[in-house]
Design a binder for this molecule. Structure first.
Ligand code: GDP
Length: 296
């Protein structure tokens, strides 16, 4: 079971607040629909859940608030089920390469640090590649984190070619028999096209080292940005083909609804959730545990 470190109190939102008093009527269902939309669950996922609930209601099978809560949880759970697929690092793939993508400010660097720590705790050796060469501070931030935690960081300074950093890092990780190489990337370039082109190039160049790399292309999105997170996921997925998503800042003001929207729309595995700023605040995504936190 994921260690979320804060019991189930990390998510400040409580979906039970959306449920009506004792008995359910059509107004209560309509109000629930509005609240799901306001909670970032998204138009399509909300329509899917409300469609099922309406059928139950019309069939006389949703009479009390308790029935409604139970069915809401069940149908929200059905949306998440296809996305519950934790990251597995096979023993015979070394280095296993994780390409981290996402726009600036979402918590990408923090997530890389947390993930590196989690992997080390699982007795895997880790190397980082400072592929965000566009922002000088990004290279320093990663280097600083690596120094403090005894994780080697490959960098070529700011302004270097990020694909060349990734290529070089792969060679070094291979030579040192490192288990997992995590490649950081830029979160902003002159234009979005430019950014996506750079990411495609990094992917291509890594593939020249070993055609199975990168093994994971993981997007980091910030739950507090609501619908923007969904748009980012769709755009990155189209450009570089995502294999995993981490949703950060679920401990903040976010309702967590965006997790349903992303899963329903894209069906990409939700690997981890960020539930705080500290290194240990990264949980493996588990649908049941996530629902427990929402219906606490
Ligand atoms: P980057 O630009 O994507 O690399 O973002 P950073 O890793 O520098 O993070 C931006 C800010 O978000 C920092 O202040 C982090 O401490 C904060 N942050 C990252 N992840 C989380 C999280 O899960 N919860 C909270 N509350 N803050 C986070």
């Amino acid at each position: 079971r994921a260690s979320l470190n804060k019991g189930d109190s990390w998510l400040t939102y409580d979906l039970r607040n959306l449920l009506p008093g004792e008995t359910v009527d059509q107004d209560a269902l309509d109000e629930l629909e509005t609240q799901l939309l306001l909670s970032d669950v998204g138009v399509d996922a909300t329509a899917q859940v409300m469609g099922r609930l309406q059928t139950l209601y019309d069939g006389g099978r949703l009479r009390t608030s308790k029935d409604l809560g139970k069915s809401l949880r069940e149908h929200l759970g059905n949306i998440l089920a296809p996305c519950e697929e934790p990251l597995e690092i096979p023993d015979d793939t070394r280095p296993y390469v994780i390409l981290m993508v996402g726009v600036n400010g979402v918590g990408k660097t923090t997530t890389i640090g947390k993930l590196a720590k989690k992997l080390q705790d699982a007795k895997l050796s880790v190397m980082l590649a400072a592929g965000d060469t566009f922002r000088a501070a990004a290279v320093e931030q990663l280097q600083g984190w690596g120094d403090r935690n005894n994780v080697p960081v490959v960098s070529q300074g700011s302004g270097a070619d990020s694909a060349s950093v990734a290529y070089d890092a792969y060679s070094r990780a291979k030579a040192r028999d490192i288990d997992v190489l995590i490649v950081d990337t830029a979160g902003r370039l002159h234009t979005q096209n430019h950014l996506m082109d750079e990411l495609k190039k990094i992917k291509r160049v890594l593939g020249k080292q070993d055609e199975t790399t990168p093994h994971e292309v993981m997007l980091v999105v910030d739950a507090t940005t609501g619908g923007n997170a969904l748009q980012q996921a769709a755009a990155f997925n189209e450009a570089v083909g995502l294999t995993g998503i981490t949703v950060t800042k679920l401990d903040g003001s976010a309702s967590g609804g965006i997790v349903f929207a992303i899963c329903q729309k894209l069906g990409i595995p939700l690997r981890f959730i960020g539930v705080g700023e500290k290194t240990e605040d990264l949980g493996v995504f588990e649908a049941e545990h996530f629902l427990d936190a929402l219906f606490k």
